[in-house]
Design a protein around this ligand. Structure first.
Ligand SMILES: NC(=O)c1ccc[n+]([C@@H]2O[C@H](COP(=O)([O-])OP(=O)(O)OC[C@H]3O[C@@H](n4cnc5c(N)ncnc54)[C@H](O)[C@@H]3O)[C@@H](O)[C@H]2O)c1
Length: 356
């Protein structure tokens, strides 16, 4: 019997889930829910209210791909209906929500996989196995997001849900935090962050964040959505053996003294959830494993407004001149712009990270 799967939030990134569901054997798409008209037109019964979908179609697994601030109530309704969840990142918007969802999972006996899909790659498994002994970590990404990106949805650029660190570049943050854990550094304990924006938005599009783990291991995350040359997303680990680099969106890995080479193979998170249901295998990204990410997210949402920076405007794009060199320098020296004497740098926001 195929597994009955439903999708809530069918436009936007939901289209990617629709294609994936259609490609999987032994999966039946039993329904779609979206508060907006669904495009392309639905190929299964469609609903505007997710509760009606749950009652009418009785799915066994629900993929939740709605805006982040709607995740918790929808997830709780789906658990009440007896479903297992594939919940998009960022899973929730606070540690209190994280706890509420964990409690509901325990009492319902259901499972929740979180959509950090790069954690399903063979490249990540190999990188992770070599991390013990690392003495520092960094993450760098340089993307360009245009005017259309910030006009795409009502929640675009809004506080709590769409900062560069917690939404578009959330994978860099999650992968970097998971690297610290895999290195045996314990939990992340301290966050020092400088946040910047080149648009009239409530959140950062450029950020430099230093995380210190329990063991003292430092991690420097330097990312922008107003970049020069594209850097897809890199996690670098340095240690006695030299440096290792994982380009997580493309599954390319450079081991000490070796060039960047693709390591093929990725388990998609829905297939992994189906296997977990059938065989009891551990999930690749259970909700518990995202607690540190949510601690960082919560701390960022409590931080002061990001500093506005003048940028070069080029049609729908904005670019911070010299940003790529600065991202690289921050990552290699583990320092923040204010500590390098960058003239536009703001005072870092420093906090002890809360625990779940
Ligand atoms: N894993 C990834 O790589 C990845 C990539 C992009 C987005 N995402 C995540 O996916 C989620 C959705 O992002 P998006 O960019 O597609 O957003 P979006 O705003 O483009 O699309 C969200 C869809 O959900 C619908 N929706 C909103 N509230 C709803 C509700 N209560 N019930 C049913 N439908 C509802 C909207 O009408 C819209 O069609 C976010 O959590 C985002 O961070 C993950």
């Amino acid at each position: 019997m195929p597994t009955r799967v439903a999708l809530i939030g069918a436009n936007g990134h939901g289209r990617w889930h629709r294609r994936l569901i259609a490609s999987l054997p032994d999966v039946e798409l039993v329904g779609l829910a979206d508060v907006q008209p669904i495009d392309p037109p639905p190929d299964a019964p469609a609903f505007t209210d997710h509760r009606e979908l749950l009652t009418a179609t009785r799915p066994e697994v629900v993929v939740i791909c709605t805006p982040p601030h709607t995740h918790l109530p929808i997830a709780l309704d789906a658990l009440d209906a007896g479903c297992d969840l594939l919940l998009e990142k960022p899973p929730v918007t606070s540690l209190a929500e994280h706890e509420t969802l964990l409690d509901a999972l325990k009492s319902s006996g259901r499972s929740c996989q979180v959509g950090f899909q790069a954690l399903g790659s063979v490249a990540w498994a190999r990188f992770r196995s070599l991390l013990p002994g690392a003495t520092s970590l960094s993450a760098v990404a340089s993307w360009k997001r245009d005017d259309a990106y910030y006009a795409r949805s009502p929640w675009a650029g809004r506080r709590m849900v769409d900062g560069a660190l917690i939404n578009p570049l959330a994978h860099a943050v999650m992968q970097a935090l998971a690297s610290g854990t895999a290195a045996g550094a314990g939990r992340p304990r301290r966050l020092e962050v400088e946040r910047y924006r080149v648009r009239e938005i409530e959140v950062e599009d450029t950020a430099f964040a230093r995380v210190t783990f329990e063991s003292g291991l430092p991690l420097l995350i330097a990312v922008t959505l107003a970049g020069e040359d594209f850097i897809a997303g890199e996690i670098e680990a340095r240690g006695r053996e030299g440096r290792m680099l994982l380009e997580y969106p493309t599954d390319r890995l450079a081991l000490p003294d070796s060039p960047l080479t693709e390591v093929p193979g990725r388990t998609d998170l829905l297939s992994d959830l189906l296997r977990h249901r059938a065989e009891g295998t551990p999930l690749l990204v259970p909700l518990e494993s995202t607690a540190d990410f949510t601690a960082v997210l919560q701390t960022l949402t409590e931080a002061p407004e990001p500093q506005f920076l003048e940028a070069r405007i080029d049609g729908p794009h904005r670019t911070i001149p010299g940003i790529n060199a600065l991202l690289r320098r921050a990552a290699s020296t583990l320092t923040l712009p204010s500590e390098m004497g960058v003239p536009w740098a703001t005072k870092p926001y420093r906090r002890r990270l809360p625990t779940a």
